[in-house]
Design a protein around this ligand. Structure first.
Ligand code: HEM
Length: 476
């Protein structure tokens, strides 16, 4: 069977003409793919198709089909074009690589993310969150989005790469912001990888940012190598890793500096932007939902108690609650529900894509190799069938029984199957402990006159700063 045997295929319902015929429609706008997803879902239901430059593109908003793609028929797919294009930044790191590189790298990196290992990061999460919040003053206005970026970047640097947060580590965030701004241009440009040497202004900007990121990462690798001691962190693991070559000699060799660079940059970027955005949206949502905020405070008061005078070493504003510890993590159930509900409404990874390498059957549909498939965490978690009154913020949707009543892939902020997020446990722990540390002392009031606008870049970020006014809880 070949792609041209069109009678063999049974595509789901969808747009009659190629997408560019609809360029004048309000639901087709460069850089705003969610508008198109919403239109397709509204018009055709849970599975729909359109064509772009001759390629069939399938949009899926049905949990069982999502499972088929990510888990059951995963071997018939690779990552799709926009992810592959991110190789211009991330090389052959875990997010962008295909097997066999992916499977080999995942084995090397996995131990840094095992549960016991992650537990050792708890203290760092709590003390860093307390230190950040310890600099705040009651009544102060802060851009909570920038504050969470700074906290998250620091946490990845300290826990996974055992490195101090110097100015050049902080600069990672500036370069990432520049690249995010260029993101739509970079992925929309056909065959961008072939034009990276050209003096096109956006490309020159991208090259400069990438070179600066490279310098920071290579310095990190060099310093670790020079120190010569295994610090037990992820970077030491990458440097000392040995894997068997697949050739007959099975000779042992280390990872090349280039491969280490790709992994370090991938994990840095995947690890801080996502969690920082999830936390920023959480503060916004709590500030808009006093009932949920009050329930959160009840839990924090119960779990963290009132320990006036006991915390002699605490920074001044932290007089009433003790700081959380790893031992409190399992008891912070409602805090976890708040974080889960925040990622339902504003999932940092808002969509995922795959490219079929073989013909695929989904229910009654038969789709050829070479088709692109998109699934959107943002769309599925706002679908009334799974989440009645979907725009309402209600952490009780994540009570165990409510969760069990929904199909598994009606909520997949961390993806699924063999490419599921390797940092998921890390992200949950960081989110829950950072919320507990900060919310036990601080309340935030969103100052914008309209709700913040989510921008679908590589991650779902609020457009512009997210300004909140802080007040200390005892004084609130
Ligand atoms: C709220 C926080 C996070 C969210 C929402 C998130 C989401 C995701 C998603 C959806 C994927 C799968 C992408 C796909 O299959 O196409 C993924 C993969 C990945 N994530 Fe995360 N992530 C988060 C935090 C982290 C953290 C903290 C780290 C590391 C420190 C991390 C590292 C990675 C890596 C390396 C992959 C690629 C895994 C593979 O393909 O083997 N992520 N993440």
């Amino acid at each position: 069977m070949t792609r041209s045997d069109s009678s063999e295929w049974n595509l789901p319902p969808g747009l009659r003409y190629p997408l560019h015929f609809y360029a004048h429609k309000p639901w087709v706008k460069l850089g705003e793919p969610i508008r198109l997803f919403e239109y397709l879902h509204r018009t055709y239901g849970s599975i729909a198709h359109y064509r772009f430059m001759g390629t069939p593109i399938i949009f899926i908003n049905e949990p069982d089909y999502i499972r088929e793609i990510l888990v059951t028929q995963a071997s018939s797919f690779v990552k799709e074009r926009t992810v592959r294009r991110m190789k211009i930044l991330l090389g052959e790191g875990l997010i962008t690589s295909d097997d066999p590189i992916h499977i080999r790298q995942r084995k090397i990196v996995a131990p840094a993310f095992h549960r016991q290992r992650i537990a050792a990061y708890a203290d760092e999460i709590i003390t860093s969150a307390a230190r950040h919040a310890g600099q705040w003053k009651s009544g102060q206005v802060v851009d909570i989005s920038a504050a969470m970026m700074s906290l998250s970047l620091e946490l990845v640097a300290r826990t996974l790469f055992h490195t101090e947060v110097t100015d050049d580590i902080r600069r990672i965030n500036d370069e990432v912001n520049t690249i995010m701004d260029l993101y739509n241009f970079l992925i929309a440009f056909p065959r961008m990888e072939k034009f990276l040497h050209l003096p096109i202004p956006g490309v020159v900007k991208f090259r400069r940012s990438r070179a600066r990121l490279d310098r920071v990462v290579h310095r990190l690798i060099e310093e670790h190598k020079r120190a010569g001691v295994d610090k037990g962190d992820l970077l030491s693991m990458l440097i000392s890793s040995r894997y068997e070559q697949s050739d007959a000699s099975a000779e042992q060799m280390g990872m090349s500096d280039e491969q280490i660079r790709d992994e370090v940059l991938t994990i840095f970027l995947a690890g801080y932007e996502t969690t920082a955005n999830a936390l920023a949206w959480t503060w916004y949502l709590l500030s808009q939902n006093p009932e949920a905020e009050a329930k959160l405070h009840v839990e924090l008061d119960e779990v963290l108690g009132l320990h006036r005078g006991q915390a002699a070493g605490d920074a001044a504003p932290f007089s009433s609650h003790r700081l959380p510890t790893l031992a409190d993590y399992p008891a912070l159930r409602y805090t976890e529900q708040v974080f889960a509900e925040s990622m339902r409404l504003y999932p940092p990874a808002w969509a995922m894509g795959r490219l079929s390498t073989q013909p695929v059957t989904l229910g009654p549909y038969r789709i050829p190799a070479g088709a692109h498939f998109f699934m959107s965490q943002y769309m599925i978690s706002r679908t009334p069938e799974f989440y009645p009154d979907p725009l309402r913020f209600d952490p009780d949707r994540f009570l165990p029984e409510a969760r069990a009543a929904r199909p598994r892939f009606a909520y997949f902020p961390f993806g699924g199957g063999s490419r599921q997020c390797i940092g998921e446990s890390f992200a949950w722990m960081e989110g829950v402990l950072a919320i507990a540390t900060i919310a036990s002392r601080w309340r935030m009031r969103y100052l914008g006159s309209a709700p913040p606008v989510p921008q679908a870049k590589i991650t779902l970020r609020p457009r512009g700063p997210l300004l909140v006014r802080l007040s200390q809880r005892e004084n609130a």
